[in-house]
Design a protein around this ligand. Structure first.
Ligand code: FES
Length: 102
């Protein structure tokens, strides 16, 4: 069983029928998943960080949203350039990125 140090859930507005429609998806959240994957790969953190795309968290107006466990830290209004910051500071150094936290 996989037991990552961090698990990142990113809202891609997935619907139960598999379609990706909705606020976070329209704001580029699928690209954010890609950015997370690239940063994790580049920093050799694949064994420590798992990334999963999810459906709506119910706070669409603050999206795109990512939630990081085990802390349960919510990040919002994410842009592609924010991902490097989260991976470097949160996943590598264990520091919540306060300016992106909601
Ligand atoms: S669509 Fe992402 S939080 Fe609702």
């Amino acid at each position: 069983m996989v037991s990552p140090k961090y698990h990142v859930f990113i809202c891609t507005s997935c619907r139960t029928n598999g379609a990706q429609k909705g606020f976070c998806c329209s704001k580029g959240s699928v690209d954010l998943v890609e950015r997370f994957m690239e940063e994790i790969e580049d920093r050799d953190l694949s064994g420590d960080v798992m990334v999963t795309n999810t459906g709506c968290f119910g706070i669409c107006n603050r999206g795109p949203i990512a939630v990081v466990y085990p802390e349960g830290t919510w990040y919002g209004n994410l842009k592609p350039d924010d991902i490097e910051k989260i991976v470097e500071r949160h996943m590598e150094n264990g520091e919540v990125v306060k300016e992106l936290q909601i």
